[in-house]
Design a protein around this ligand. Structure first.
Ligand code: SAM
Length: 242
């Protein structure tokens, strides 16, 4: 995916850290509601570190991602956080945390086996009684195809705008597709347009809950509010059984 590869240095113009303040406060409140003494947090698929830039004021954060370029970008925003290269399906740091958090990066797991592997990674990195919080953009029940657009002007003369087009060619399978058309402006260069195609995963809520329980969590669903952009994500909260 080019957005997390050669285009990673543009990511904060696609989606700005400041836009995550309200959303991140919801995740913080959910975590502290489940585990008031939570202190250490591992994020899987932390990307540009946008959520982490808010969560790190409450938790000591270790940030992991599959993309070295995204980790480099996140280091510029979150220099005090530990950054680790790793795949959320296989990462094993040999350490345990109070909290494991997985935001929209979980959408890139396209099969049930991959989702189960990620839940296993979360379990392996939690102390008994620790809490995992998963915030997928959609479940099968909440998914809606559509278009979105956005982008930002940078302070260095660069600017980005994008169109995001979400479709589900086969509603019977566990994937949907997102096409991004991204227009990039930078000083001294002609504007350029890049197309990026992403395949993402979509699972019914009972699959999420069943897999969480099977891996060793006491699991519950906190429904999102589709009318509120900052609270639209369904949350799956798992407490690692003792
Ligand atoms: C939309 S970005 C995440 C942004 C993040 N929520 C934030 O607050 O900045 C998605 C990220 O998922 C990462 N990713 C995709 N598949 C992954 C995997 N299997 N393991 C770890 N990271 C993965 C990508 O490299 C990318 O950085």
């Amino acid at each position: 995916m080019r957005l997390y590869g050669d285009l990673a240095p543009w990511f904060h113009l696609l989606t700005s850290p400041a836009d995550y303040e309200v959303e991140a406060a919801r995740y913080r409140d959910e975590i502290l509601g489940a585990l008031p003494e939570a202190r250490t947090l591992l994020e899987l698929g932390s990307g540009g570190g946008n959520n982490a830039s808010h969560l790190r004021t409450h938790f000591s954060c270790t940030l992991s991602d599959l993309s070295p370029q995204m980790l480099s970008l996140s280091r510029t925003l979150n220099p005090e956080c530990e950054h680790v290269l790793g795949d959320m399906r296989t990462l094993r740091l040999g350490r345990q945390f109070d909290v494991v958090f997985v935001h929209d990066a979980v959408m890139y797991l396209a099969s049930e086996d991959e989702l189960r592997a990620c839940l296993g990674t979360a379990y392996a990195h939690l102390r008994p009684g620790g809490v995992a919080l998963f915030a997928p953009d959609f479940t099968r029940e909440t998914f809606v195809p559509g278009t979105d657009h956005g982008g930002h002007d940078g302070t260095d003369g660069r600017a980005l705008r994008y169109l995001e087009w979400t479709t589900d060619p086969d509603p019977a399978d566990t994937t949907f597709e997102v096409d991004y058309a991204v227009c990039l402006h930078e000083p001294g260069q002609p504007p350029r347009v890049v197309h990026d195609h992403h395949v993402e995963g979509l699972f019914p809520e009972h699959t999420w809950l069943h897999l969480l329980e099977a891996v060793g969590f006491a699991a519950r669903l906190v429904p999102g509010d589709p009318a509120d952009d900052d609270r639209s994500q369904p949350l799956f909260v798992g407490r690692r059984r003792l």
